[in-house]
Design a protein around this ligand. Structure first.
Ligand SMILES: Nc1ncnc2c1ncn2[C@@H]1O[C@H](COP(=O)(O)OP(=O)(O)OP(=O)(O)O)[C@@H](O)[C@H]1O
Ligand SMILES: [Mg+2]
Length: 288
């Protein structure tokens, strides 16, 4: 008899997105924010784990150079990262780190990525490797740094879905608006989903969404979708201290319960738009 995980995996395989020539296209989700420290890395990691549990093969790209890095959240220290690939010491697949529930993590600090994407260092072979890597996965989750560096913008522009995090603080909301403005200046048809973190309840989150989406709609003429909220929950901080994902350390906590709703919603939404260029192929074309 098939076990649950196996059945889910089979279902996911059946759902894989195919282009007209029969090749698979993975869904790219970038996680971004205007202001820093609003919960991107915690969301990315725990969402990636839930997506894996829902039967998806997940690549999590750690594109952040900040202290709250995915490796610290997991208590692992990757031996190699993209700089070793750039130096010709390792191949892209050699630097992958095994995460929980079979997710793969690509330690790709943004400084390195900038080198690949904009200075052309390492050139075609690395890009081809990165593109073929993407083909191995159903979902690519990109945990970006905060704010509007060129690399963060590139990640968001080459995503099928942008998960934009904000809190209810006016500074965070203002910075989220600024981020949407930058993104929309370069790409009109973006799919932005707002996730309001660190709130007391759903009402607080909906108020933030209403305020922000109204202003964005009025001034930028684009529609932002409501993805959901995560409550302020001491479990997150505790899990960070334990260097364990909160979804594993505290699976029944309020934040975990909410994230499970969000993960299902995010995975099952809409059809992806294939721009015909692989993630890194797209980057490479822009930067070269
Ligand atoms: N829902 C939550 N409840 C309680 N605390 C939270 C929650 N989400 C995040 N935090 C706290 O905020 C801190 C920052 O979170 P995280 O590192 O995920 O943010 P980030 O947006 O990735 O930051 P950076 O912009 O520096 O990359 C966490 O260490 C945790 O203590
Ligand atoms: Mg982070």
């Amino acid at each position: 008899m098939l076990d649950q995980a196996h059945r889910l995996r089979e279902l996911a395989l059946a759902e894989r997105h195919l282009t007209s020539d029969g090749t698979r296209v993975s869904r790219r989700i970038s996680v971004t924010s205007g202001k820093g420290g609003v919960g991107k890395s915690n969301f990315s990691l725990n969402f990636a784990i839930l997506a894996a549990r829902l039967g998806r093969k997940v690549l999590l790209i750690d594109a952040d150079t900040n202290l709250a890095n995915l490796d610290i959240l997991l208590g692992v220290s990757p031996k190699y990262n993209l700089s070793h690939v750039l130096a010709g010491l390792k191949g892209v697949r050699d630097i992958l780190v095994d995460g929980p529930e079979g997710i793969s993590i690509l330690p790709a600090a943004s400084g390195n990525l900038e080198q690949v994407l904009h200075e052309g260092i390492g050139s075609g072979a690395i890009i081809a490797d990165l593109n073929s890597l993407e083909d191995d996965y159903d979902i690519v989750v990109m945990d970006t740094g905060a704010g509007a560096s060129r690399t963060v913008l590139d990640f968001t522009l080459f995503s099928d879905i942008i998960v934009l995090l904000t809190t209810s603080e006016p500074t965070s909301i203002t910075d989220a608006y600024a981020m949407v403005k930058l993104i929309s200046a370069e790409k009109a048809d973006v799919e932005i989903k707002l996730l309001v973190n660190l709130v007391r309840n759903k009402q607080e989150a909906v108020e933030v969404f209403d305020k922000l989406s109204t202003v964005i709609n009025h001034f930028l003429k684009i529609e932002v979708h409501y993805l959901g909220y995560l409550p302020r929950d001491i479990s997150v901080e505790r899990a960070v201290h334990m260097q364990e994902p909160f979804i594993n350390a505290f699976p029944k906590s309020p934040v975990s319960v909410q994230l499970k709703f969000i993960a299902r919603k995010l995975i099952q939404v809409g059809e992806i738009q294939d721009d015909g260029a692989g993630l890194f192929g797209g980057f490479f074309r822009r930067g070269s």
